[in-house]
Design a protein. Structure first.
Length: 324
């Protein structure tokens, strides 16, 4: 089979690799598409080190089941599926409490275990979700990041009729804008890339006016230094700031300001199994336009995976790799 491997920071190659074996509780999947996101770009650029090189990237995947392990039930060969790429242990205290995103033993596909940019992958059946047949691949490669967005919205407690600021209109920010608009929220977006800002507006968001303040909620998706502090100045007292983007810089705001503003800070890490993924899949199959794929701007064949990653840094929307 073919697989796209990172050989050094910034360098991807398509190589031949042995087809994986299906264990008793696993599912063998013929991959059809994999989306790219900021986590993939961080590994590609060398800002985040994989466990070894060469390394298979990618975690936002969809495909079709070709083999079931002998202990697997409830799934069928030939089913279209999406993969929930964070394999929590399901036995630790956070997992038992329903906070699987905090599982210390969680295996993160493409980050701590090899990724999905290959013709075939094996995944634990517990983390494989059937989807309705014939859904567009552009929708299916967005299911995982859409689940991240929907989990952040759930954790924020934002209600229909309220307003918010979304900072960053990369693929995560775009999916969050879409989810919030569908939830009945007025969304202001802050994004320096004009093409991305325009795409957010096509999903129902509004560019942030200079005079808007007193917002009840802020979502930061970019991970860019200094933007959280900018967003906090737009919040009302008792406001909520939800941080999604990864940024290692110190937060330039004093505890005094947070206390005086009675601000709630929420760090929203991925999603919790199984509720968040199940809800996204259900919404995908029942929704009317705009589809999840409305955030997609570019698709590339696997042989052009290097070009796909290069494009993803500046693309107006989500980039994905077609493995069908």
């Amino acid at each position: 089979m073919r697989a796209a491997v990172l050989t050094e920071p910034g360098a991807l190659s398509v190589v031949s690799a042995p087809e994986p074996s299906c264990g008793p509780g696993d599912v063998l999947i013929r991959m059809r598409g994999t989306g790219l996101c900021g986590s993939d770009l961080a590994v590609h650029a060398g800002r985040r080190r994989p466990p070894s090189l060469p390394w298979v990237l990618g975690h936002e995947g969809t495909g079709r089941i070709v083999e079931l392990g002998r202990e697997v039930s409830g799934l069928q060969v030939g089913q279209d599926v999406v993969i929930e790429p964070d394999y929590c242990c399901l036995t630790c205290e956070p997992c038992r409490a329903g906070r699987t995103s905090a599982c210390a033993g969680r295996a993160a596909v493409g980050l701590t275990v090899p990724g999905l940019l290959s013709d075939y992958v094996v995944a634990p059946a517990t983390f494989v979700w059937p989807v309705a047949p014939h859904l567009p691949l552009e929708d299916l490669v967005c299911v995982e990041p859409a689940t991240v967005a929907r989990a952040a919205m759930r954790r924020s407690g934002i209600a229909p009729g309220q307003s918010c600021l979304v900072i960053g209109a990369g693929s995560q920010g775009l999916l969050l804008c879409q989810a919030l608009v569908d939830h009945g929220v007025t969304v202001f977006v802050q994004e320096p890339n004009e093409a991305r800002r325009d795409r957010a507006c096509s999903l129902g968001a509004t560019p942030l006016p200079t005079d808007v303040a007193g917002l009840p909620c802020l979502f930061e998706t970019s991970g860019a230094p200094g933007v959280v502090e900018q967003g906090l100045r737009r919040l009302a007292k008792h406001g909520t700031a939800v941080l999604i983007g990864m940024n290692t810089a110190p937060l330039g705001v004093s505890p005094r300001d947070l206390v005086a503003g009675q601000i709630t800070l929420i760090g929203s890490m991925i999603y919790d199994h199984p509720v968040d993924f199940a809800q996204t899949v259900s919404a995908l199959e029942s929704r009317t336009p705009p589809r999840l794929g409305a955030v997609v701007s570019d698709g590339y064949p696997l042989d052009d995976v290097q070009e796909a990653f290069t494009a993803a840094y500046t693309a107006s929307g989500k980039v994905w790799v077609d493995l069908s």
